[in-house]
Design a binder for this molecule. Sequence first.
Ligand code: NAD
Length: 320
Amino acid sequence: MLCTPGQKALGQKAATLLGEHAVGIFDHAVMHVPVETANAACEFAQTARADLCVAIGGGSTTGLAKAIALRSGLPILAVPTTYAGSEMTPIWGLTEQGVKRTGRDPRVLPRTTLYDPELTLNLPATTSATSGMNALAHCVEGLYSESANPLVSLMAEEGIRALGRSLPRIVHQPDDLEARSDALYGAWLAGVTLGSVGMALHHKLCHTLGGAFNLPHAQTHTIILPHALAYNAKAVPEAAQRVARALGAEDGVQALVELITALGAPTALKDIGMPREGIERAAELATANPYYNPAPVKKDALRRLLQNAYDGRPPEPYLS
Ligand code: NAD
């Protein structure tokens, strides 16, 4: 049984329900899966002679289960309690010395996922909002992915629609079980999108910022998303239009800005622990290796994007 220290009681409850099938609880899952934590968890699973990992928690806990599965092939049963969507992807991530590596491997895709909206009722409104925006980001980038296809785009657009309508309801009334269920539906669509097609600039930037400055993952996604769409919108007008349509608005970038404001979510990297001098380093790291993005990745434009995101200023068409 894997969980974070904060969700130990939930992990223990689940282990109790499993009775003699539960051979141990490893409650040290933390954000971004540091390689040291992954090593300790693998050793724990081996010592306990586990034949299955139950990951009960958010993306960090699922990520730890994936790190174990990557090395040992142990199957995963995921019980997500946030909206990150990791449970539906074959993507793993590991952080070593400030650099986060990610990869795809079918062994890390959970064999079974149990969605229970009641388990998300304790997720604070602010975390719910940012975790849902993280999922929404998978959908947005899925729409302009290099490997985008009509079917996945349908799911991505529907994911944006579901999250766009459920997250404000959750923030307004955190015990709204129907809205919680709707958000999990959106998270599922987002996870399938992320697992099916490749991502682009937005995910690259967030992974760079998360790994290099240990920024909180979901908040970073929330802050960067409108800027990333603004960067790409001209190159992919149809995708931007679909984002707008899903959010019931005229303009996709503006609709994202308004959604984030309505959720009371953070809009500035400086407020979540980013050092000012990190802007230059992030621009360098994010342009160091080539990757797919519909608009050309230019260091000057990225620096401007990061500067705006750092200060919490509105997005602009960075490549005009
Ligand atoms: P998280 O798992 O780090 O959880 C955030 C905090 O919320 C933790 O302290 C956790 O204990 C707590 N928490 C979780 N559920 C709760 C609940 N229902 N009630 C109360 N507290 C709760 O956050 P996250 O946003 O779900 O996951 C972020 C991580 O997931 C990042 O490391 C990211 O890279 C990874 N991720 C991976 C993928 C993938 O496909 N590999 C996709 C999305 C996210």
